[in-house]
Design a protein around this ligand. Structure first.
Ligand SMILES: NC(=O)c1ccc[n+]([C@@H]2O[C@H](COP(=O)([O-])OP(=O)(O)OC[C@H]3O[C@@H](n4cnc5c(N)ncnc54)[C@H](OP(=O)(O)O)[C@@H]3O)[C@@H](O)[C@H]2O)c1
Length: 323
């Protein structure tokens, strides 16, 4: 089968499309013919081995998992004898980040807990856009943010992969949602149901008098003192992504603020969850959430796909079709 392979950390230039052996599913594995896969920040971490700490999990000197790729959608081709939830012919989507990666390939063998049935109303490309970004948005709002109906929620960095899901999921919880984006992305935010859009190139929302019950920093670059100022008395700030300095501040200063005051400031780490993947499937089938699709690349264009993603200006999700 064809797969994207890399044997050393580096720029997208180290990625090669090559022939490798088609995997054979073990007793507890599902063999999926992959139709599409999507890019997430975790793919860049694994490509570059940066931050260095990540190499302790993903290979100190060279990548432990030679085929990258986490989010996938495709069709089950075969199942091992212990597999209970899926059968050949099922359309599935999933997150391979906790199961050895391998999504940028024509086939993968994976444990069933990484998969769920694909939302019936989505194409393979749309379904592949969902797992990591959608579940990150869901868990950060619901589990860390404790989102409640009627709350005023602000998503900083609302136009990328995670942000576009966060806006829609926050709306599905009945929140009043403000998204922070640049001028060119204001229309996207309106189209996915944001109540308000603030253009970060024209205005700094932390200087406004308006306060929020929950702020999700997805791609925000303010010091946490500014975010704190924009929280209501019992407001909650959740750091999902952004600069390393901001992450460090949230882990140190943010913890102190949370201990000593009524405002809560914390960091968040997504965990792979089949239950949450199924939750996302239901939201998608009910039409409450729709993936926002940016560019679609072919497997042979994987280097270009990574270069485009690392520029950091995606409008929604970037997908690679496996052909
Ligand atoms: N904690 C976790 O478990 C977890 C899981 C997944 C992802 N993440 C993190 O989440 C972050 C976002 O991931 P992603 O996949 O959504 O990235 P992405 O798709 O690459 O985000 C790109 C978007 O961010 C916007 N943006 C960039 N700088 C901005 C700024 N200063 N203010 C507002 N918007 C800005 C861009 O808009 P413009 O082009 O208009 O600038 C673009 O639409 C990453 O830092 C990633 O590490 C964390």
């Amino acid at each position: 089968m064809k797969a994207v392979v890399y044997n050393k950390y580096g720029s997208p230039d180290v990625l090669e499309v090559t022939e490798v052996e088609k995997p054979i599913p073990k007793d507890n594995q599902v063999l999926v013919k992959i139709r599409a896969a999507s890019l997430n920040y975790g793919n860049l971490v694994l490509l570059k081995g940066d931050p260095f700490l990540a190499r302790f999990a993903f290979g100190l000197l060279k990548p432990k998992y030679p085929i990258p790729g986490g989010d996938i959608a495709g069709r089950v081709e075969a199942v091992g004898k212990d597999v209970k939830q899926f059968q050949p012919g099922d359309d599935v989507f999933g997150d391979l980040s906790g199961s050895g990666w391998g999504g940028f390939a024509e086939y993968v063998s994976v444990q069933e807990k990484a998969l769920a049935l694909k939302p019936a109303n989505l194409s393979y490309e749309e379904a592949a856009a969902v797992p990591m970004a959608g579940v990150t948005a869901l868990q950060s709002l619901r589990d860390k943010g404790k989102i409640q109906p009627g709350q005023k929620v602000l998503i900083h960095g609302a136009s990328g992969g995670v942000g576009t899901f966060a806006v829609q999921i926050a709306k599905s919880f009945g929140a009043e949602v403000t998204g922070v984006c640049s001028t060119r992305n204001k229309e996207i935010l309106q189209s996915i149901g944001a109540d308000h859009a603030i253009d970060y190139t024209k205005e700094d929302f932390t200087k406004r008098a308006k306060k929020y019950d929950l702020i999700l920093a997805v791609n925000g670059h303010h010091p946490i003192s500014s975010y704190k100022r924009s929280l209501n008395l019992h407001g909650n700030f959740v750091h999902v992504g952004g600069s390393g300095a901001q992450l460090f501040q949230t882990m140190t200063l943010g913890s102190m603020i949370s201990w000593t005051g009524k405002k809560k400031m914390s960091t968040f780490l997504q965990r792979q969850s089949q239950k949450d993947l199924i939750y996302m499937k239901e939201l998608l089938e009910e039409g409450k959430v729709k993936p926002v699709m940016d560019k679609n690349f072919k497997m042979s264009e994987v280097k270009e796909a990574f270069r485009y993603f690392e520029e950091g200006h995606a409008k929604g999700k970037i997908v690679i079709s496996m052909g």
